[in-house]
Design a protein. Sequence first.
Length: 115
Amino acid sequence: MPRNPAPTKQKKKPEPVEDTTAPTVQVIEPPTQPSPPVKVIERRIETIVIEIPLGEPPHRFDQVHVEGMLWRDHAHTFVRLRQALQDQDSRTADGRKVKTNPDVLRWLMEQFASC
């Protein structure tokens, strides 16, 4: 014998009520005292000149996968480079903003290759 489902109650939706009151306008007066000065923090960016030896590759590479861990001093220097590139709104050769660690490495390799 098939089961009959229990009857369900349906809730009535309330009818929308029209707002007949006029909109109120709130006037905000400017403060009488001057606002406190805003602090502007500027980062100092250093520029260095280095010599890098570039040898002749045995053949042309289309892609190289690089994975590694930088410790203490190297990591600190890398992060300083990344921050300076972001502060200067630097971009890679394809026009992408330098945001990530791989972007920093791409930008760095592009600088070496342009010499």
